[in-house]
Design a protein around this ligand. Structure first.
Ligand SMILES: [Zn+2]
Length: 678
């Protein structure tokens, strides 16, 4: 029996796929806090790319949510290039209907941009990380494609509290009073959730969007992980018994809505002591709400009921029906004319208070300038430093001193002219940015290629909803950190405040107005069924990347030992909840990323044999890597045994060692003694 796919009747093609994107787990600069000393040294949870494909029988779209700090332009271009070479995918998917987004975890390795500024704190480009990310996203799309089956999509929306706070209240308060009153809060609070069910009733997957920075785990951390969003995804997938090695696991994505000014750090800046505890609290908030919304889906909710209650704390759901569609275009934001305002944007620049960092979230450790520094408010040392920086840039790139540029960015005090400063002809940050709108029945997604503040995000969402209203769209989200990365976008009013987020808004005060114009045009084109021009295709600067990170030379075991030998063994017995720690002679984790595999494993004795019960995916088991002397290293595996069943266990460490002669790589495995948990 074949089922007819028909979006109009609410029967869609749905496919979900998940794949590992965990990069090098040792000695690579981490992305998010711009803290040079923060390098990877192990894993608390692996990172995954989660792909969802939707089709109405005529058209398809791909939505990817990856546990990454951001999706750089280079990543999207490379994933699309792989898809274009794949005979099964190339006729169906391209840059126009693939939307890649990131959760914005600050606990992952960096160096995967092709733009200089974003590789500054990672010793340049890290090809191994870039390849792992691109391949992992591509594999997740392949799996989603292979899993396509007929199904239904339900949507639910609800409000959540206590998951964070607005970290930029001064600029937020500069937005019009009438607009602020309309929303009643400087947090958006809304979670929007999709539940995906096969036509036979089998549960396939879930995506939800909520805006809050994944910065519970702060810059003192050296282990790779997904922060609160990764943890919530893990819990949700565990509930559904998702076995990632099976062909068709349930896939749950906790995606990012506008979070440019939203911090989870209700207890103050992450202190390196309570980070994991706080991550769990914020994850629990999102997880509980997602479960509630998910459970409310497919229980006979009507469209009218959803409209009535969507602004209240409760949950209601409706089924999506109608076409699947998308529009995508590249826009040059360095000189975009905004018709409605008769103004133009200007080339990218970072302002002085970008270097102050977001003082509420500890995003930068360099504090030369105060938050809120403008052209007119520089004081003492700030003037001296900025004058010196101006003359250095001006000497190499004279246009950075042009009157139009300086005026066009005002009141921002230009510190780093990232659009005009070039590295081998490549601007330090991208200026030709992708803008994309996706439609699934009465639901629309705007793909924002930046971080974006709460109020700016609301304006994008309302613009898209309004333009698509005549086509029957009643729900919309802004998918943050999508398809490219170009720092922040604030409203024009917030920009005037020049706090961290305004200083990091690249194309001057009218940056958001440019996005509103372009998103509005794409949404209207979907509503009218008209085409949009592609725009100028951005250059991929993959051949001009500089790598300063040295490779692994070779590994050595300590005298009289071999790789995998136990250095510190487990005790004979533990009480449930105690921490089990085992140390092994190890080798550099960069020799092999062990993708879809594991450096750390807990095995339980079942009958006569040992079965794997926990691995790198599980947050209660961590893998930590330490260099000893020279080429020698050790691995420390820790298992917090809370919730374990009584029984006999052992801890296993896997790795790959690189030999001094000819660099031959050999897999090794170390096993602890058998111990009892009681
Ligand atoms: Zn951020």
């Amino acid at each position: 029996m074949s089922i007819e796919i028909d979006g109009k009747k609410g029967i869609y093609e749905i496919g979900c796929g998940i794949y590992d994107v965990t990069g090098p787990a040792a000695e690579v600069g981490m992305m998010g806090f711009a803290e040079v000393k923060q390098v990877t040294q192990g894993i608390y949870m692996r990172l995954y790319s989660r792909a969802f494909i939707f089709g109405d029988g005529e058209r398809r779209v791909v939505y990817v949510c990856a546990d990454l700090c951001m999706i750089y332009q280079a990543v999207k271009l490379a994933v699309v290039a792989k898809v274009a070479k794949d005979p099964e995918l190339r006729d169906l998917y391209d840059d126009k209907n693939i939307l890649l987004s990131a959760t914005h975890t600050h606990s992952g390795p960096g160096g995967y941009s092709h733009h200089f500024l974003y590789n500054l704190t990672t010793k340049g480009f890290i090809p191994q990380n870039f390849d792992a990310i691109v391949e992992g996203i591509y594999q997740s799309i392949r799996r989603a494609h292979a899993n396509i089956e007929p199904g239904k999509i339900f949507i639910a929306r609800g409000e959540l509290d206590g998951y964070g706070f607005n970290r930029a209240t001064r600029p937020y308060a500069m937005n019009p009073a009438e607009e602020r009153e309309r929303y009643g809060s400087d947090l958006d609070k809304e979670m929007t959730l999709l539940k995906l069910v096969g036509i036979d009733g089998r549960e396939l997957g879930m995506i939800n969007w909520l805006g809050v920075h994944p910065t519970s785990v702060g810059p003192a951390n050296h282990l790779i992980g997904g922060d609160h969003k990764g943890l919530a995804e893990y819990w949700f997938e565990k509930d559904k018994k998702a076995d990632l090695k099976s062909a068709k696991p349930f896939v749950a994505a906790f995606a990012l809505a506008p979070a440019g000014d939203v911090s989870p750090n209700l207890w103050g800046v992450a202190d390196g002591v309570h980070d994991y505890e706080h991550m769990e609290i914020i994850a629990r908030k999102q997880y509980d709400k997602a479960v509630e919304l998910y459970e409310s889906c497919g229980t006979g909710g009507t469209k009218a009921a959803a409209d009535r209650t969507s602004s209240q704390a409760g949950a209601a759901s409706e089924q999506l029906t109608g076409p699947v569609d998308s529009r995508h275009r590249y826009v040059d934001f360095s000189k975009l004319h905004i018709d409605a305002l008769h103004v133009d944007t200007v080339p990218a620049a970072m302002g002085a208070s970008f270097l102050a960092g977001s003082t509420e979230d500890n995003e930068s450790q360099v504090a030369i300038f105060h938050e809120g520094a403008t052209v007119d408010s520089l004081q003492g040392n700030e003037r001296i430093v900025s004058g010196a920086i101006d003359s250095v840039f001006g000497a190499v790139w004279p246009k950075t001193l042009s009157e139009d540029y300086i005026k066009g960015q005002a009141p921002k005090k230009i510190l780093v002219p990232t659009g005009l400063a070039t590295f081998d002809g490549n601007p330090w940050t991208p200026q030709i940015l992708p803008v994309q709108v996706v439609r699934l029945g009465q639901f629309a997604i705007a793909a924002q290629p930046t971080e974006i503040t709460t109020m700016a995000g609301r304006r994008v969402r309302e613009t898209v909803k309004k333009a698509l209203a005549k086509a029957g769209v009643t729900h919309a989200v802004v998918s943050s950190h999508s398809n490219a990365y170009s720092s922040y976008v604030t409203t024009r009013e917030e920009y005037a405040g020049q706090e961290y987020e305004g200083a990091s808004t690249h194309f001057g005060p009218y940056t958001l107005d440019g996005f509103l114009q372009e998103f509005g045009r794409l949404a209207s084109a979907i509503a009218d069924g008209s085409a949009v021009p592609q725009g100028i295709y951005p250059v991929d600067y993959k051949l001009t990347q500089l790598t300063l990170q040295p490779g692994v030379v070779y590994d050595a075991a300590s005298k009289g030992r071999k790789f995998g030998d136990v250095l510190v063994d487990a005790r004979e017995s533990y009480k449930i909840g105690e921490e089990v720690v085992v140390e092994f002679q190890s080798a550099h984790p960069r020799n092999d990323l062990l993708t879809m595999d594991s450096f750390a494993i807990v095995q339980k004795k079942v009958g006569a044999r040992f079965e794997d019960i926990l691995d790198d995916r599980d947050p209660q088991l961590t893998f930590e890597w330490q260099r000893l002397k020279g080429a020698e290293s050790k691995a420390i595996l820790r298992w917090r045994s809370g919730g374990a069943e009584t029984g006999e266990y052992r801890i296993v460490h896997r790795g790959v060692a690189k030999a001094f002669w000819f660099g031959k790589k050999t897999r090794f495995e170390g096993v602890s003694r058998v111990f009892v948990i009681s």
